[in-house]
Design a protein around this ligand. Structure first.
Ligand code: K1U
Ligand code: ZN
Length: 171
């Protein structure tokens, strides 16, 4: 497995809409394994393929606590088919926007249809952190970032800070 470099704000790739996956083959499963390795190394609890520069509808998640065994999950072509009316607020972070955190309100529970590693269709009913993480990662597949839910003023400040930092880096 390979740890891949992460795409960081303001890279325009983060605003791309990822393309559906047509075949679940060994190459795709290797990509999912590389994403899990990259996520554990970061460390993070989720990762969308676009965050390593691959515009395909693939994401990985592991919301197990440190004292629990690893519980890696792979979602291919995930789709939210039900969202609860009840909403919850979590302080979110993003591996593509390092060291910035903000409270985001989203549906408290979601049902997600997706293809699993076995190439078959599955439904997952999620609440708590898993529901939040799934929505955050599915947003990535649509070019949406969690800073899109904060005030325009705060968002522009974050983008300005990361744009300045990216210009200061050697190429
Ligand atoms: O998509 C990403 O950028 C990953 C992101 C997922 C996420 C975090 C919080 C709420 C919603 C979605 C992260 O994993 S940020 C890092 C993080 O949350 C974390 C890191 C180490 C231990 C525990 C959490
Ligand atoms: Zn993110």
């Amino acid at each position: 497995m390979t740890i891949k470099p992460l795409i960081i704000l303001p890279d325009p790739l983060l605003r791309e809409v990822s393309k559906p996956i047509e075949t679940v083959d060994a190459e795709l499963l290797k990509l999912a394994d590389d994403m899990l390795e990259t996520m554990y190394d970061a460390p993070g609890i989720g990762l969308a393929a676009i965050q390593i520069g691959v515009a395909r509808r693939l994401l990985v998640i592991d919301v197990a606590r440190e004292d629990e065994p690893k519980a890696p999950m792979v979602f291919i072509n995930p789709e939210i088919v039900r969202s609860s009316d009840e909403r919850s607020v979590y302080e979110e972070g993003c591996l593509s926007i390092p060291d910035y955190y903000a409270e985001v309100e989203r549906p408290a529970a979601v049902t997600v249809k997706h293809i699993g590693r076995d190439g078959k269709e599955h439904l997952v009913e999620a609440d708590g952190l898993l529901a939040t993480c799934l929505q955050h990662e599915i947003d990535h597949l649509n070019g949406v970032l969690f800073i899109d839910y904060i005030s325009r003023l705060k968002r522009e400040m974050v983008i300005r800070k990361f744009t300045k930092a990216s210009k200061g880096k050697a190429v």
